[in-house]
Design a protein around this ligand. Structure first.
Ligand SMILES: [Zn+2]
Length: 62
């Protein structure tokens, strides 16, 4: 990661959106959800959510 990118991520007021990686292998129970800033690309958090948890939290599948 370049210094410029690091600085950008440090001062960025993150706008987080959730996404999943399109993987060939799919879990039956859910997906790993990445909380990514749309402005600087920083992955703030990643967690495994079941389909039910995704629905409960976001009202849809991420
Ligand atoms: Zn950001």
């Amino acid at each position: 990661m370049s210094l410029k990118t690091m600085l950008k991520q440090m001062v960025c007021r993150h706008e987080i959106e959730q996404c999943v990686k399109k993987e060939e292998y799919h879990h039956l129970q859910g997906d790993t959800v990445y909380h990514v800033c749309r402005k600087c690309g920083k992955v703030v958090k990643e967690e495994f959510l079941t389909w039910e948890e995704q629905l409960a939290r976001y009202g849809r599948y991420v």
